[in-house]
Design a binder for this molecule. Structure first.
Ligand code: GCW
Length: 695
């Protein structure tokens, strides 16, 4: 082993006592995220010297509490198997060595060590080697230049564009540190519904400042582009990707960006989707558009993440459109294009089957996009730990090349050799003091990073380590709250859209229920998706219906097609069934629906008791805020149940089973009022939304 550089960091043992460890409670506002037990809830002064190595040094100096001496050793490619970001930690009685080829890898090793310190993971001897599963582990911010955040529920945008480049807020570096600590190495700063202004020299100068702050933390900056930028910014008569002036515009723009941000990552593109401009405006394909941008980036090593979230009002079944649109283009995308696909075929619903596109494209790089912000899962009012939902997708077998071709393996580039892999999460971060609006929503940011680093980690392990670092390692707290977190996603499915129901939200806000709603577009209308009528409920996607099951490889196609074998949690996604259809346990579909909703509302109500039982382990500030939100969540769950069951009952004509609690809101009230939060974008920062009257 050739060790060309050696940095010794002297550990200062016992320097820091922590609220979490000592059991002493201090009021904290959650701003310290999962660094709480490290930092005693105090705001942190970060390193003055901003080289990666000195940041690593500083973190150990300030926060390592162990007796062993910690040293960080830079290998400078002496161990190629560790790659650019991997590291190895060697433990012995007196020393701990962190090895990596790069400074960023050392920093990741340092954060690993500190995480172990807070979660009982320090070994007396032995070693661990860590290499990230995905090359690009990226947050997508849907932040607009006017400071609103599309589907943002945590205040306004973190990026204060009007202040940049002159005023630099400390939160920018805190954000970078938080990301680095969980292995996130990339960020798209602006909304996929992109304002062309982001690519003007004025904004690029602002972006440069952020890129400079993020760089030592191993984070590359990317931008969403507006495909019509040649028209908007250069006054060209067209944005046709095959037009020579358009090609020149993009080549020049990319050259300009790299002259300002030499390690710029590339572009994220939403094209010909929900009103965004794209190559199809000019009779060109997604491949034409993506390749034109990719070619401009290629000389600099940049990439294009081209989204597959496309659908048209005319299609029979929106769930089928990504495959229909992209499959014919398989093999046409250039090597630095990666197709970014939402986990499910419709739109971040609390439960969807995995997008069949992951099993289909054999000559195209693909990546998963999950949504960290809770657009369809109670915004920042509901406690919902999302890792189980994402893992369900990553662990799904596509059968692309026989058994074992899971979405994770396909997108890691292990089924077909990719040479570049990525995973994206739509961020839930804003300028609210606790970053994410709900203290527990921080767990989803954390979990996204940990999952992107290692998709094999279990939901339990991630919840456990997040709780110990964020609150306390007292098992009387950690055990019940881990259980609560683990059940929370399924419970939300139960009270919002059980048994495969989907897209039954009230209009633009996507917060409360709207099973009765009919939009001007049928593919935006809940009634189009649940199809509740006298003859039953559910969307028929079998071979007798839309035929969407055929987009899955066998054995899934037959499994989903056959009502006897279709998993019941997806039964109304794939089948339209009579109200008295007999479920596996012998009860009618109607009763199963009622019981599942009941399960959801009972579970949400029980969170309040569980939270009360851990009262003494949590500081007042966070305990009270969380408690308020749990009360709200339980009320909302009831509202969801009453609205959906009340609406469906008109068609089923069946009574609620006697063991279900009676409906509490009258159907007329439910139709007249809906849960307020109709905001499409950021609610006012101080608004804790209440029930309201919106006609
Ligand atoms: O889920 C839908 C959202 C839109 C979003 C779109 C997308 C950014 O309702 O707000 O737009 O998906 O993913 O592009």
């Amino acid at each position: 082993m050739r060790i060309s550089e050696l940095t010794f960091i002297v550990a200062i043992a016992g320097m820091i006592s922590s609220c979490g460890k000592t059991g002493q409670l201090c009021d904290v506002n959650g701003h310290n995220l999962w660094f709480h037990s490290l930092s005693e809830g105090k705001a942190q002064i970060l390193s003055e010297d901003k080289s990666t190595m000195s940041i690593a040094d500083n973190e150990i100096h300030n926060y390592w509490k162990g007796k062993q001496t910690v040293s960080c050793l830079l290998l400078n490619d002496a161990e190629p198997e560790l790659g650019n970001e991997g590291y190895r930690i060697e433990f012995s009685k007196n020393d701990i060595h962190i090895y990596s080829n790069t400074e960023t890898g050392v920093l990741y090793g340092v954060y690993d060590l500190l995480r172990r310190q807070e979660t009982d993971g320090i070994m007396s001897d032995g070693q661990v080697t860590e290499i990230p599963a995905f090359d690009v582990r990226i947050l997508n911010h849907w932040d607009n230049p006017n400071l609103t955040v599309e589907r943002g529920f945590a205040g306004q945008s973190l990026w204060k564009w009007e202040e940049l480049p002159d005023r630099v807020r400390p939160e920018y570096e805190e954000y970078a540190r938080a990301n680095a600590s969980v292995g996130i190495n990339a960020t798209v700063l602006n909304n996929v519904n992109a304002d062309p202004c982001m690519l003007t020299p004025e904004y690029l100068e602002k972006v440069r400042v952020l890129a400079d702050i993020f760089r030592p933390y191993g984070i590359k900056v990317y931008l969403s582009l507006n495909f019509a930028a040649p028209k908007h910014l250069a006054g060209l008569g067209t944005s046709d990707p095959l037009d020579a002036d358009v090609i020149r515009f993009w080549n020049d723009k990319v050259a300009e960006i790299y002259s300002i941000i030499p390690d710029f990552g590339g572009f994220l593109v939403k094209a010909n989707s929900e009103g965004q401009s794209g190559p199809q405006d000019y009779g060109r394909t997604h491949a034409d558009g993506a390749n034109m941008i990719a070619d401009a980036l290629k000389p600099y090593g940049g990439i294009v993440m081209w989204r597959a979230f496309v659908y048209a009002a005319t299609a029979e079944d929106r769930a089928m459109q990504a495959v229909d649109e992209f499959m014919p283009l398989d093999g046409q995308f250039h090597s630095n294009v990666i197709i970014q696909i939402k986990n499910g075929p419709i739109d971040f619903q609390p439960r969807e089957p995995f997008s069949p596109l992951f099993g289909q494209m054999e000559k195209t790089k693909m990546m998963v996009e999950v949504q960290v912000t809770q657009e369809y899962l109670g915004h920042s009012n509901h406690l919902v730990y999302l890792h189980p939902m994402w893992k369900e997708c990553l662990d799904s077998d596509t059968y692309m090349r026989g058994e074992g071709s899971t979405v994770a393996k396909v997108t890691e580039g292990k089924v077909l050799k990719y040479g570049m892999s990525a995973i994206a999460g739509v961020a839930n971060i804003g300028d609210s003091v606790n970053w994410c609006g709900h203290h527990f929503a921080q767990a989803n940011w954390y979990a996204f990073g940990r999952m992107a680093w290692n998709p094999e980690l279990t939901s339990e392990q991630i919840a456990d380590e997040w709780l110990k670092q964020t609150f306390t390692d007292n098992s009387k707290f950690v055990r019940p709250i881990t259980e609560l977190m683990l059940a929370s996603r399924e419970n939300t499915v139960h009270y919002e859209m059980p048994l495969g129901l989907h897209h039954i939200f009230a209009g633009a806000g996507h917060y409360g229920p709207g099973p009765w709603e009919q939009s001007m577009r049928r593919d935006w209308s809940p009634t189009f998706y649940h199809k509740a009528a006298a003859d039953g409920i559910g969307f028929d996607r079998t071979m007798n219906g839309s035929g969407a099951v055929a987009q899955y490889h066998e054995p899934l196609k037959s499994l989903y097609d056959n009502v006897e074998t279709c998993p019941e949690e997806l039964i109304l996604w794939f089948h339209h069934l009579p109200w008295d259809y007999t479920m596996k346990n012998g009860e009618t579909l109607w009763n199963a629906l009622c019981h599942t909703y009941q399960h959801g509302i009972n579970a949400a109500a029980a969170y309040i008791d569980t939270w009360a039982s851990v009262r003494k382990y949590v500081d007042d500030w966070r305990w009270n805020q969380i408690n308020d939100k749990l009360i709200r969540q339980a009320k909302d769950a009831l509202w969801w149940r009453d609205a959906c069951i009340g609406y469906f009952q008109q068609f089923s004509g069946m009574e609620l089973p006697s063991d279900c609690s009676p409906v509490q809101h009258s159907y007329d009230d439910l139709r007249k009022f809906r849960l307020r939060i109709s905001n499409y974008e950021t609610p006012a920062p101080d608004a804790l939304p209440e029930y309201g009257l919106i006609k």
